[in-house]
Design a protein around this ligand. Structure first.
Ligand code: HEM
Length: 143
C-alpha cells in the first residue's frame, strides 16, 4: 500500500525532526535572561514537542502497526526495529519531562549536557533505518 508507506515515512520524518530539534531548544533555556525572549523560546519548544514530534510519533506508530497488519513481514528485523522504536519513545517521553521541568527551572541541566542529548536520536534513527533497509539480510540471518 503506497499511500500507507507514504504516511509512515512522512510521519517518521516529522517525529525525527522534532527529536533532533528539542535538545538544542532545551540547551538555549539557561542563557535567556529577557522574559519576552524566554516566552518565545518556550512557545517554540512547546510547538516542536506538541505540534511536530508528538503527532509524528503517534502517526508513525499507527501507520507502522497498520503496515504490519497488511503485510506478512513479521520476523527478527521487526522485533529489533520495535525494540529501537521503544527506545525512541522512551526518549520522546523524557523530552516531554524536560520540557515541563525547564519551564520552571531553566538552569536545571547544563546546556552542554542538553546539547549532547542530540546523540540519542543521532544513534537511534539510523539504527531503525538500518533494520528496515537491511531487512533481507536480517531475515536471511534469522533462518
Ligand atoms: C511501532 C512503530 C513502527 C512499526 C510497527 C513499523 C513497521 C513498518 C513496516 C511493517 C514497514 C513495511 C516494510 C516493508 O514493506 O518492507 C515499515 C517501513 C518503513 N519504516 Fe517503519 N515501523 C515503525 C516505526 C518506524 C520508525 C520510528 C522509523 C524510522 C525512524 C521507520 C522507518 C521505516 C522506513 C524508512 C520504512 C520504508 C522501508 C522500505 O521502503 O523498504 N519505521 N515500517
Amino acid at each position: 500500500m503506497p499511500w500507507l508507506m507514504a504516511a509512515h515515512i512522512g510521519s517518521l520524518a516529522l517525529w525525527c525532526a522534532g527529536l533532533f530539534l528539542l535538545p538544542g531548544l532545551f540547551a538555549a533555556h539557561a542563557g535567556v535572561e529577557d522574559p519576552a525572549a524566554f516566552k518565545r523560546l518556550r512557545t517554540m519548544s512547546r510547538f516542536t514537542y506538541i505540534a511536530i514530534a508528538s503527532p509524528g510519533a503517534v502517526l508513525t506508530i499507527v501507520s507502522g502497526t497498520a503496515l504490519v497488519a497488511v503485510s506478512d513481514l513479521l520476523g527478527d528485523w521487526l522485533v529489533l526495529k520495535l525494540t529501537l522504536v521503544t527506545a525512541m519513545t522512551g526518549f520522546h517521553v523524557y523530552c516531554g519531562r524536560l520540557l515541563r521541568l525547564l519551564g520552571m527551572h531553566p538552569g536545571l541541566r547544563a546546556p552542554r549536557w542538553l546539547r549532547l542529548l542530540t546523540l540519542v536520536p543521532a544513534l537511534l534513527v539510523p539504527l531503525v533505518l538500518w533494520t528496515v533497509l537491511d531487512k533481507p539480510a536480517l531475515l536471511a540471518r534469522a533462518v
